[in-house]
Ligand binder design. Structure first.
Ligand code: ADP
Length: 273
């Protein structure tokens, strides 16, 4: 085992030989405790990155390492234990008739001992505040509760990386915020690295790092403050900035002096007073 890290090294990928490359020479590393948000237009390659990260796909060129282990057909089951994925539509992820069965399913796939499974089911449902729903039917839950169960199923396998691929996109802003609060709590308690793919730019400002994808390439990356201050770079590909960032630009154009790129309302107010 190497250090805790996901690394993409010169990764290029296409879905078929006669189709264009959808990822072109992608390089990045994601380390311990990071929250990396991946943004970019539809079709820029974000979901493909997520699928490569946990071995649902394999690159034709370059290499991917998870904790120092190369992702290959041989290592894929081990990798999937380490890298958990939650997708946009929870209904596609349910297989059982009770919440408990669903959480157990992922663990069964990984051949976990029965006794450990029983403990983990309760533990992971509690972590996402669904401890009382073990015997409920998944299909009767609200959208937010379904996503919590999907996250619990991933946590039960005890991953070191969690990828949320548009996992909150179907929720209203309040539900989205609540899920992200829970995910952040779990991330800190369990010392996980988090990778989110999202269109919610205000959420992105809270990440520790942002990777901007464009047409299969890393267009720019850095802290949210750095990335959102590179306005020209972002507008070149028609990418939006968070609302507060736009407001700050407007104020600057009116002659208001700001000493830093504000990322939220609080920071903007601090700049103004
Ligand atoms: P994003 O997540 O940024 O919207 P994707 O990674 O889903 O982008 O898609 C990148 C490109 O790959 C797009 O052009 C998309 O049409 C194509 N693509 C995605 N999935 C498949 C697939 N299963 N077969 C063929 N092409 C695909």
């Amino acid at each position: 085992m190497g250090e805790r890290q996901v690394e993409f090294r010169n990764v290029s990928f296409r879905y078929q030989e006669d189709m264009p490359w959808v990822l072109k020479n992608v390089n990045f590393k994601i380390g311990p405790d990071e929250w990396v948000a991946i943004i970019g237009h539809n079709g820029s390659g974000k979901s493909t990155i997520a699928k490569l990260m946990n071995g649902l796909l394999f690159p034709q060129e370059g290499e991917i390492f998870v904790d120092g282990n190369k992702v290959t057909q041989e290592t894929v089951w081990e990798i999937r234990k380490q890298v958990g994925m939650v997708f946009q539509n929870p209904d596609n992820q349910f297989v059982g008739t009770t919440v408990r069965d669903d959480v157990a399913f992922g663990m069964e796939n990984h051949g976990m001992p029965r006794k450990l499974m029983v403990e983990r089911i309760q533990e992971s449902l509690k972590a996402v505040r669904m401890g009382d729903y073990e015997h409920h039917e998944p299909h009767r839950l609200s959208g937010g509760q379904k996503q919590r169960v999907a996250i619990a199923s991933v946590l039960a396998v005890s991953p070191t990386f969690i990828i949320l691929d548009e996992a909150t996109a179907m929720l209203d802003p309040k539900g989205r915020k609540q899920i992200m609060e829970t995910v952040r709590e779990v991330q800190q308690e369990r010392d996980l690295s988090l990778i989110t793919i999202t269109h919610d730019l205000q959420e992105v400002t809270e990440a520790s790092r942002v990777i901007v994808m464009n047409e299969g390439e890393v267009w720019t990356e850095g802290s949210p403050r750095d990335v959102f201050s590179r306005k020209e770079r972002l507008t070149e590909i028609g990418l939006d900035t968070p609302f507060v960032s736009k407001l700050a630009d407007h104020l600057k154009s009116e002659g208001v002096k700001l000493t830093r790129e504000p990322l939220n309302h609080q920071e903007l107010l601090e700049e103004l007073w």
